[in-house]
Design a protein around this ligand. Structure first.
Ligand code: GLA
Ligand code: ZN
Length: 675
């Protein structure tokens, strides 16, 4: 199946190329420079809608024709964008309905990006039409390896079109106004609706008093779902348009990691390949970047996974746009590959001359030639990737541990009024993920609908919302021998954000064997403590006051009026066990606790490596590729356990050898698989 989807014989190397911003003499020079840099793939046409459609009835493809011919003659593969990320100015003038209305209620004029109302019939009509025309025109180019729909979809709209569409969406979902009143609990504050037309969008003009602060979580949550679905509908219309003409060209759109407005787990079902744009800040830890890769690979459930964009060096939109230090661009590129990517792509190929991205990094700088640090580093990487060829393409990342992440849960946790403004879903997920990362445990990030049967350990930090079927699935997993871990603020609500009555953690109460009676939110800087296996750890953020209902208490709070109450419990359930961590703790606790749980559960897919060296594994039926990434400034020694060859240098090693891995360096060790 992989071979059918991926239309390149190597890790794609290149990125966004905007020749429409340059004269044709420059194009020629670009082709020379691309060859020099070993670029083999370009993403074209991302922002060209205005150029391709100068007016409502006029289309003009001449320039794009010349670009397509030129890149083909130069042996380049193409990721062809549908150009719909920004609508043309004439469209906004003629049809103001395509313009968005902001959260504040302010109607936008033409300008910026992501400026189209996703429920505008005009936008949908013309974006679909241009996508289809592009497919018709370039259908015979066999160097197109993907369709790239729009660009970094995002944002929201609160216009009248959207309000009407919201009512239709709600009617479809809830059927009767009584059901709508029930799921939103409108009896509270006398918000009862008698007619669908009384429903308005939740923004600053209605239920919100700040972007993340709402008086009715149910309405705001449904708006988030609706907005994600509305934008997904725009994507799907273009998907169908290009697929109807070119069924064999895979389709993607560039996602953005932990991007809150769009439920990417739902989106991924409609994508042939998952691609994403990785723009970490220089101070982000390797574990933070890795967690994004894990999420993005995970939503694809085995579909090809691509790094569509990263900057060769700087961005332009951070407060301090520090340079990527020598070697870091290469290190982070391989990190994407280590986590499953089959491309290393960049924004952008040539630095633009005006507007807000003129100081954004590029392969070709304003100096205009190849004698720059960034160009040299990129061409060296390009050469290495060419040397690796097809070896790692389509290989899987095998994992025995999964971390659950769910968008509805994210939205509802962070809309919650209480218990603590410090409660951030991603932070809690990161706490657990980082501890796994530092022990080089192969980990998948999965949705709550995904199959659990392949895992030994499943961790669901703050599983606040338990959607239908999820508790059964967890119960089944544990009954059959799995180890499940969850935390404070779990099991509180159903899919409508309505509390599951009878005691927390609601539907997870039996599998965890506990009842949480109360929860104490500690102000920033305040701590409680507990001692587990002879070592003292902190308890912060939220401290649950819980009672055992079959679970064993492993340790207890040491301070305050609830000193002596359990903070960590373990429940034997069927053939497995379920742990509950009743408070947030520190890095040392997550490390020690997870190590113990992983040992107990017999998790084998972990690598023992020197501190600061990240290790991942990708496999196919024949081979095993061990990626080693030295994120430190020191040389590290790696003990080799199986004979292997480093795909980057060609060096061979035998069992018992010690490999030296320089600072910021990478090795890809190919071993024959005998598992
Ligand atoms: C995003 C976009 C690009 C560009 C970069 C700049 O990833 O897709 O078009 O704007 O950001 O960092
Ligand atoms: Zn709208």
């Amino acid at each position: 199946m992989y071979e059918k989807i991926w239309k390149h014989s190597k890790i794609a190397f290149g990125g966004d190329y905007n020749p429409e911003q340059w004269d044709e003499e420059t194009w020629k020079e670009d082709m020379r420079l691309f060859k020099l840099a070993n670029v083999d793939t370009v993403t074209l046409n991302v922002f060209s809608w205005a150029a391709l459609q100068p007016s409502e009835d006029e289309y003009c493809f001449d320039k794009l024709d010349r670009i397509m011919e030129m890149v083909k003659e130069n042996g380049l593969k193409v990721v062809l964008a549908t150009s719909t990320a920004v609508h043309p100015a004439w469209m906004a003038r003629k049809y103001p309905e395509v313009l968005r209305t902001e959260f504040s209620g302010m109607k936008r004029k033409f300008g910026g990006r992501h400026n189209s109302c996703p429920n505008s019939p005009i936008y949908r009509k013309y974006s679909t039409r241009i996508a289809e025309k592009l497919a018709q025109r370039y259908r015979n180019y066999d160097n197109i390896i993907a369709w790239h729909i729009s660009n970094e979809y995002g944002g929201e709209c609160f216009c009248e079109n959207c309000e009407k569409a919201f009512r239709v969406w709600l009617k479809e979902k809830y059927q009767t106004i009584d059901e709508l009143n029930r799921v939103w609990n409108t009896a509270f504050w006398g918000h009862t609706f008698y007619d669908w037309d009384e429903v308005v969008l939740p923004n600053l003009l209605s239920e919100h008093f700040a972007y993340e602060r709402t008086m009715f979580q149910g309405i705001s949550l449904d708006y988030r779902r609706f907005n994600s679905d509305s934008i997904l509908e725009c994507y799907k219309l273009e998907y169908d348009a290009v697929k109807s003409v070119t069924p064999d060209i895979p389709v993607t759109t560039n996602l953005m990691g932990f991007f809150k407005p769009l439920d990417y787990q739902k989106w991924a079902k409609y994508m042939d390949m998952i691609s994403w744009d990785n723009y970490p800040a220089n101070e982000d830890t390797p574990a933070q970047i890795a967690m994004c890769h894990e999420l993005m690979r995970g939503i694809g459930q085995g579909k090809p996974f691509l790094l569509m964009e990263q900057t060769p060096s700087v961005t332009n939109w951070l407060p301090y746009n520090a340079l990527k230090r020598p070697g870091v661009m290469r290190l982070w590129s391989y990190q994407a590959v280590a986590h499953g990517a089959d491309s290393v792509m960049f924004f952008q190929m040539r630095r633009t001359v005006g507007a807000c991205e003129k100081y954004h990094g590029a392969l070709i700088d304003h100096a205009g030639h190849e004698n720059t640090r960034v160009f040299r580093e990129m061409s060296e990487l390009g050469k290495e990737l060419a040397g690796i060829g097809e070896e790692t393409l389509g290989t899987r990342v095998p994992a025995e541990v999964a971390v659950m992440f769910d968008w509805d849960n994210w939205w509802s946790i962070e809309y919650s009024a209480g218990p603590s403004c410090l409660l951030k879903y991603r932070d809690e997920v990161q706490n657990y993920y980082s501890a796994l990362f530092e022990q080089n445990v192969s980990t998948d990030i999965i949705g709550c609908d995904d199959d659990l049967s392949q895992y030994k350990v499943v961790i669901a930090p703050i599983l606040y919302m338990v959607k239908p079927g999820v508790d059964e699935k967890i119960r089944h997993f544990v009954e059959n021998g799995g180890t499940f871990i969850t935390t404070f603020f779990s099991g509180y609500v159903d899919e409508h954000d309505l509390v599951t009555l009878g005691g927390y953690p609601g539907k997870l109460r039996d599998v965890l064997g506990i009842w949480v009676e109360e929860s104490d939110a500690l102000p920033e800087g305040t701590k409680n403590h507990f001692t587990w296996e002879g070592k003292q750890y902190e308890a912060t953020l939220l401290c649950d006051l819980l009672h055992e209902e079959g679970a064993e208490a492993l340790c207890a709070y040491e301070e305050d009026f609830y000193a002596g109450m359990p903070v960590l419990t373990k429940n034997a359930y069927g053939k497995g066990k379920a742990y509950y961590v009743a408070a947030r703790s520190g890095h040392d606790f997550y490390q020690d606790f997870l190590k113990k749980v992983l040992d107990e559960a017999g998790v084998e897919s972990r690598l023992a490596l020197p501190q600061g060296v990240e290790g991942t594994v990708r496999v196919n039926d024949a081979d095993c590729f061990v990626f080693l990434l030295n994120h430190t400034q020191d040389e590290k020694e790696i003990a080799i356990e199986k004979s292997c060859v480093n795909l980057i240098t060609g060096d061979k090693f035998e069992n018992g050898d010690v490999m030296k891995l320089a600072a910021i360096d990478v090795a890809i060790l190919k071993e024959e698989r005998n598992i």
